[in-house]
Ligand binder design. Sequence first.
Ligand SMILES: [Zn+2]
Ligand SMILES: [Zn+2]
Length: 256
Amino acid sequence: MLLRFLGTHNAESKNTRLVSFLIDEVLAVDAGSLVSELTFAEQAKIKAILLSHGHYDHIRAVPAFAFNNSDRTTQVIAIPKTLEILSSHLIDGVVYPEFASETSFLQKAIIQLVPVEPFNRQNVEGYEVMAVPVRHPLDGVGFEITSGDGKTLFYTGDTGPGLSSVWGDIFPQLIIADVTWPNSLANAAKDADHLCPEMLKEELIEFRQLKGYLPKVVIIHLSPQHELEIEREIKEVAKSLGVTIDIAHEGEKLSL
Ligand SMILES: [Zn+2]
Ligand SMILES: [Zn+2]
């Protein structure tokens, strides 16, 4: 399984992109920066897009992607609520064409909306995908994704604390976790349902207690203004737990 991070931040600028990553170049996870970081040829390889929830920074590149790839149909996979937000707010026939409708654009559906139910394992282009509810507005989910050769990652999506309730259901070799703010903004993180380094540490301690191991961890969705502080604090967490925790950067690749 080869991961490629396209966007790893919660705010966009010349140097930072919104959250998206690719698995083996064919499966996209979240659509914050799905077009700006890929050539047209690279976009053409993508077969399916998983969306964790309906917030703008995770869905916004879907219409631009559909516009660029109108010669075929791409699956967009999410819980029904996320698909509904996408259909009613972005590809709604006002802001963008109704790309998921057969009667809207080029007389065929460019996007096939594929609903998933939490905890239902589903085959997506040869990968086993399971949506897992996490603590975040709009019924946000994380995804456990297993490749054909048995490599498994868990992406938390945007999440607040309380991941211990899902640890029993997943067996990842890699966790990609939301850490948006530093410890000094723990209250803001709690209010907005995100994690800071100290909160991630608590979640990982519970993971290890329950499962008897800790996988490699990569953090994502960082606030650019606080990145250095987060980096310092994450190093302390990694040291105290005796594990590797890396920060995802735009353009980085990771082999699992
Ligand atoms: Zn969110
Ligand atoms: Zn977000």
